[in-house]
Design a protein around this ligand. Sequence first.
Ligand code: CP3
Length: 346
Amino acid sequence: MTGASGKILLETVRGRRQERAPIWIMRQAGRYLPEYREVRAGVSGFLELCYTPKLAAEVTLQPLRRFELDAAILFSDILVIPDALGQKVRFETGEGPLLDPVDAGAIAALKPERVVERLSPVLETLERVKAALPRTKTMIGFCGSPWTVATYMIGGRGSSDQAAARLFALREPEAFAALVDVLVEASIEYLAAQFAAGADVVQLFESWALNLDEPAFRERVIEPNRRIVEGLRRRVPDAPIIGFPRGAAGMIGEYVERTGVNAVGLDYATPPAFADKAVPKDIAVQGNLDPLRLVAGGRQMEDQARAILSVFADRPHIFNLGHGIVPETPISHVERLVDIVRAFPS
Ligand code: CP3
């Protein structure tokens, strides 16, 4: 049943339901793993880890040694694009990412020409992982979507309401459009290079698709994601693409229809039965367990995992969390979750 590639996750993204739902976990390489913390302790900064192919490949593969996951996701970050555009990114412990906020002048000075060249260490990581990965496992590449990346570039840090970027987009629409153009172009080049380096599938992380009214969602989320899908498919025909518009809520159906993604990631606030109706059946859905259910574990986690699997039992579905795994997650709970997904419906 698997299909031409032999990879059940890739085939599911392509809309072909498999003998079971494949599983991977957003942010599956990270601080909940002691072996990750050990590698991380040996480098001076998080970005140094992203730019050291040997170590980044090692941490990419760590979760697959522990758990029977169906995919590896490139170890990197969505903020390597601003870094490669010349807006330096720093990660400080307990602070998250910090950048010097861009204004209209700084946007005009961004350097999109050399993004792929500057990100060559990340592409080398992909090549190394691909070479070590069993044939049945899918290699996932990714980038941040323009709006989400712009919220960090404009705000200079993460925020819960993205007010700085929302105001900038309204007050300086031309500078904002110029920034989106740069990010769309850079993302297309970078993702095309990821496919050339061995990615089977890519995910567009639109982690801050929330807090937007209807016209803003269309302009800042749907349209730039659509342009990336279109531009990438011109370079890589049939490129399999997962969109993850976290917080899209009632806009999820329109997002899928207008962007042309093959699969859509659902955040955990999206009711599965609503998504099942809103998303056409030939489009795969991905998700959507609350990461804190995985922290708490036990019956509540098992029941909700099975409830999600049941709703999506008759369509292509990739099991995942509804957002990234958190550092407090016990490893034994991840083992249990993988067992449940692989054994479903028993
Ligand atoms: O999924 C994976 O295992 C691949 C690696 C990956 C990371 N970041 C590693 C990381 C991926 C796919 C990302 C994407 C990312 N980065 C997103 C989108 C996904 C999401 O969670 O919404 C966002 C918004 C970022 C930006 C970012 N990077 C933030 C806000 C932070 C700080 C928050 C935190 O968890 O500390 C990071 C740092 C980061 N990215 C870490 C990891 C493992 C932790 C840093 C460390 O180890 O010191």
